[in-house]
Design a protein around this ligand. Structure first.
Ligand SMILES: [Ca+2]
Length: 305
């Protein structure tokens, strides 16, 4: 079960949310009052630039804080902020950015398919995606320092989960880690906030929350949680913000025809088996075009001709 290794580390990042006031100070409280009403917050470019590059249009003080902490490479597809330390190869940043862009704009017309969700995700209003490469530095203070300075949640995509950097670019495992963390960020801080009764993860009352509870100890068990006869392997993922988010990631990815980076205990490993276990309610919610859920495998080639 070493494949769940990266999960054990994300827990702290999903705990209580930064007060809105702090977000307002740093991001200008601009939900719903964006200058650009087209649904594309800035460029869809996926290539990393220096974090201070004007093309990225990061919120005030972000470039300064990121650069001071060693996060020198940034991408901001549709305004969703990815910040990487210098050691992260450009290809890795660009792959993460392509995943973000494809989820925001699956039809690749340059416009966000769901501007309401993007409004939560863009400009670090709720969340950003740090790509650190030195675990000791990151956990030894940088994570905390940036959290306080930026006033946004960091859902990290670190080298120590992806594996050593390769000159040929991210391998399948590294991409699965990126997909999982980005989907986590999108579910918890995008869809869960825009459609709380369907995708909310802060309690068990949403459609996905109730589905998680219905599957619990039957065909879903997070390895950090206990079920009768199957004790926790350590850790604690009993809070809905952990358990529901992790469950839904596997449902979404497998149902879209991809393979998640790991499987929960009892979780079906093929799409047909999953389909027979899911309730009609969650399937209808996921298939509702108004909810803009991933329905087919990612191409990892956003912006390619
Ligand atoms: Ca679009």
């Amino acid at each position: 079960m070493s494949v769940v290794g990266w999960e054990h580390m994300t827990r702290a990042l999903r705990l209580p949310v930064v007060p809105l006031l702090v977000l307002c100070l740093t991001a200008g409280c601009q939900l719903g009052d964006d200058d650009d009403s087209s649904g594309s917050e800035g460029s869809a470019s996926v290539q990393p630039l220096a974090c201070g590059a004007t093309e990225l249009a990061l919120p005030a003080n972000w470039a300064t804080e990121l650069t001071a902490a060693g996060f020198t490479k940034c991408a901001a597809p549709f305004g969703v902020i990815i910040g990487a330390v210098e050691a992260v190869p450009d290809a890795y940043v660009a792959t993460a950015a392509r995943i973000v862009a494809e989820l925001i704009d699956p039809d690749e017309d340059g416009q966000a398919n769901d501007p309401a969700v993007l409004a939560y995700l863009a400009q670090g209003r709720e969340v950003w995606l740090p790509m650190p490469a030195n675990e000791q530095l990151w956990t030894g203070g940088v994570e905390e320092q940036l959290g306080a300075a930026l006033g946004a949640y960091g859902i990290m995509i670190p080298e120590w989960w992806m594996g050593s950097f390769s000159s040929s670019g991210p391998d399948e495992h590294a991409r699965a880690v990126m997909v999982e963390e980005i989907i986590h960020a999108f579910t918890q801080f995008g869809y869960g906030l825009a459609y709380p009764e369907v995708f909310g993860v802060n309690d068990w009352s949403s459609v996905v929350g109730r589905e998680t509870q219905a599957a619990q100890c039957s065909w879903w068990q997070h390895p950090e949680n206990s079920c009768p006869g199957v004790p926790s392997q350590g850790g604690d993922c009993s809070d809905p913000s952990c358990d529901v988010t992790e469950f839904y990631h596997q449902v979404l990815v497998l149902r879209a025809g991809m393979t998640p980076g790991w499987f929960g205990i009892g979780f079906p490993q093929d799409r047909t088996a999953l389909e027979s276990l899911l309730s009609d309610e969650i399937k209808a919610a996921m298939d509702n075009p108004a909810h803009h859920q991933l329905r087919e495998p990612l191409g990892f080639d956003y912006g390619s001709p």
